[in-house]
Write a protein that binds this ligand. Structure first.
Ligand code: XMP
Length: 511
C-alpha cells in the first residue's frame, strides 16, 4: 500500500473533508478512512501522523464510535479535534461531560504555553467552536496549552508523546489561523514535507484509473462544463482510446458551445463523440410550459440518447462522472465510503438499470481544486474559468414553451451580455451570469415606431458553491452597456431588466 503521510480517521463530522483539503493546501497528502479502520490497515499506509476528526456522537454514549486503541500506541503523533479530543481525554484518563451550554461560534484562543503546533500564529486568535460535550478533567500526562473564555481545555497536549487535542475546529474557515495550525502539526510535529500538489493528484488518479480499468472501456458523458471536461481529460491521459466520451447536443446549448467543446477535445487528440439529438429534444418539448415537466423530459431523453450511444460500443464496464465532494450527499462518514451521490445534473442523473461501475476521480475535491487540476492537465484557462451551466440548458431559461426562434433570441442576448462582462473583467469576478427570456411582451418605442417585443432579464450572481447567492453589484454603466447593446443588436427584444434577488429566497435559475 502507498505511503500516506497523514491518515484522518473519520468520526462523521461534516468538516472531515475540509481537514484533508487544508492538508492538501499545505502540500501534504492525506487519506480519510472510517474510524473503524483496522490498525493493520492504518499501519500499512506508514503514516507520520494521525488526525481524529470531530463527530456528532458523545464519547460516553453507549454506542459511541471508538478507534482501535492501538492508534495511541503506534508512537506517531496524534491530533484529536473536538470529538477526537474527547476520545483522547477519555482514553488517557480524563473525563468528558455534557457542557451546560452548547458552545457554537467564535472564541478567542489564549496560549497558555509555547508549542510548535502554534508556531507563527497569534496569541488571541479567533477559533471556531462547535460542541455539546466538554473535557472536565485533564488526561494524565497532558497539559493545557490554550484556553478560551468558555473552554479551560481549548487545547491540550502531551508534547513528549506528541499527542495534541483541540476543542475547536482548526479546519473551518472561521478559525483564523487554523490552516497554519494544521500545517504546523504536519510539518513540525509529524515531520511531513510539503511535496504534494495537484500534479501529484493527477498522477495518483491516473494510476488508480489504469489499475481499476485494465483493458476495459469507460463511458463518460461530457457536457462542456469544467467537471466533466477535467474527468474526460484525466481518463484520456490514463486509458487513451478505451475512453468513450459522449457529448449529447440537446439543442439547448448556448451560442458556439458545441463547436467550442469539440475544438477543445480535438486539440487534445481526444475522439469526442457528439450526438446531435436536438431534433428529438425539441420535438418532445413542443408546447411544454411546466418547468418540472421540461426537466423531466430532458432528463429522460438524455438517458435514452446516451444509452443508445453506449450500446453501440462493446466492452464498456465503467461510467466516469464528474461528481465533486460537494455533490456527495453523505460524506465518507462513519458508515464507510458512501455510494450515495447526487444525480450529477450534467449527465442528467442516470437510472439504476445502467449497471456500470462508477469512476469518480473528483469525488474528494472541491470545485476550485478541480480548476487547478484542469490547469495542471493543460486545459485552456477560459474553459477552466467557465461559469456553471445547468444540464437542461437554455430550456430552463426560457419561461414557457421552448422553440427554435426563442432559443435563437436568447442565444443572441446571452452572447452580448457575456461579451460585455468578459470585456469589463466581471465574468471572472462572478459565479454565474446569464440571460432569461421572460415570455413577457411590453410596449416600446424605436425611432418613430411603437414596438411590442420581448423582455430579457439579466441574472448575475456571486456565490461560492451555488447553495446561496447574492445578486452581483455590477456598476450601472456596465448594465447600461448590456441593455443598450441587447436592445440595439437583437431584433425582437425591447426591454432588459436586472434581477436583484438573492438566494434564498429566490433561486439562481428562474426555473
Ligand atoms: P438554483 O437555480 O437551484 O441553482 O439556485 C443552483 C446551481 O445549480 C445549477 N442548476 C443546475 N445544474 N442541472 C444542472 O446541471 C440542473 O438541472 C440545474 N438546476 C440548477 C444552477 O445553474 C446554479 O449554478
Amino acid at each position: 500500500m502507498k505511503h500516506v503521510p497523514i491518515v484522518v480517521l473519520d468520526f462523521g463530522s461534516q468538516y472531515t473533508q475540509i481537514i484533508a483539503r487544508k492538508l492538501r493546501e499545505a502540500g501534504v497528502y492525506s487519506e480519510i478512512v472510517p474510524f473503524s479502520e483496522k490498525i493493520e490497515d492504518i499501519k500499512k499506509r506508514t503514516p507520520k501522523g494521525i488526525i481524529l476528526s470531530g463527530g456528532p456522537a458523545s464519547v460516553y454514549a453507549k454506542d459511541s464510535y471508538h478507534p482501535d486503541k492501538e492508534v495511541f500506541k503506534l508512537g506517531i503523533p496524534v491530533l484529536g479535534i473536538c470529538y477526537g479530543m474527547q476520545l483522547i481525554s477519555q482514553y488517557f484518563g480524563g473525563s468528558v461531560i455534557p457542557a451546560d451550554h452548547h458552545e457554537y461560534g467564535k472564541a478567542k484562543l489564549t496560549f497558555e504555553k509555547e508549542s510548535d503546533i502554534f508556531k507563527d500564529t497569534k496569541d488571541g486568535q479567533i477559533v471556531w467552536m462547535s460542541h455539546g460535550d466538554k473535557v472536565d478533567k485533564l488526561a494524565s500526562g497532558f497539559e493545557i496549552i490554550g484556553t478560551s473564555e468558555n473552554s479551560p481545555f481549548a487545547a491540550i497536549a502531551n508534547e513528549k508523546e506528541k499527542i495534541y487535542a483541540f476543542q475547536f475546529h482548526p479546519e473551518v474557515y472561521h478559525s483564523q489561523e487554523g490552516s497554519k495550525i494544521l500545517k504546523n502539526f504536519a510539518k513540525y510535529i509529524c515531520g511531513c514535507e510539503s511535496t504534494w500538489n495537484m500534479g501529484s493528484f493527477a498522477k495518483e488518479q491516473i494510476a488508480k484509473i489504469q489499475e481499476k480499468v485494465g483493458n476495459k472501456k469507460v463511458l463518460c458523458g461530457v457536457s462542456g462544463g469544467v467537471d466533466s471536461s477535467v474527468v474526460a481529460t484525466l481518463l484520456a491521459e490514463a486509458i487513451g482510446d478505451q475512453l468513450i466520451p459522449v457529448f449529447v447536443d440537446h439543442g439547448l446549448l448556448r451560442a458556439n458551445e458545441r463547436e467550442d467543446v469539440e475544438a477543445m477535445f480535438a486539440a487534445r487528440g481526444i475522439n469526442l463523440i457528439t450526438v446531435d439529438a436536438s431534433e428529438i429534444f425539441l420535438k418532445k418539448l413542443v408546447g411544454v410550459t411546466d418547468p418540472e415537466k421540461k426537466r423531466k423530459i430532458i432528463g429522460e431523453t438524455f438517458i435514452e440518447v446516451f444509452d443508445k450511444e453506449a450500446k453501440k460500443h462493446d466492452g464498456i464496464e465503467f461510467l466516469a462522472q464528474g461528481t465533486l465532494y460537494t455533490d456527495v450527499i453523505e460524506s465518507v462518514s462513519v458508515k464507510g465510503p458512501s455510494k450515495t451521490i447526487k444525480s450529477h445534473h450534467n449527465v442528467g442523473g442516470l437510472p439504476d438499470w445502467m449497471t456500470f461501475e462508477l469512476i469518480e476521480p473528483l469525488r474528494e475535491i472541491f470545485k476550485d481544486e478541480v480548476r487547478k487540476l484542469g490547469l495542471e492537465l493543460g486545459l485552456p484557462k477560459d474553459m477552466i474559468g467557465r461559469h456553471p451551466f445547468p444540464g437542461p440548458g437554455l430550456a430552463i431559461r426560457i419561461m414557457g414553451d421552448v422553440n427554435r426562434a426563442d432559443l435563437e433570441l436568447l442565444r443572441k442576448a446571452d452572447v452580448i451580455m457575456l461579451d460585455v462582462l468578459r470585456a469589463t473583467g466581471y465574468y471572472d469576478k462572478t459565479w454565474q451570469a446569464f440571460t432569461v427570456l421572460l415570455n413577457v411582451k411590453s410596449v416600446g418605442v424605436m425611432g418613430d415606431n411603437r414596438t411590442y417585443d420581448n423582455t430579457v432579464c439579466v441574472r448575475i450572481v456571486d456565490a461560492t458553491d451555488g447553495m446561496t447567492a447574492t445578486f452581483s453589484y455590477i456598476p450601472h454603466d456596465i448594465l447600461e452597456t448590456i441593455s443598450r447593446r441587447i436592445i440595439n443588436e437583437v431584433d425582437g427584444i425591447n426591454r432588459v431588466v436586472y434581477d436583484i434577488s438573492s438566494k434564498p429566497p429566490a433561486t439562481i435559475e428562474w426555473e
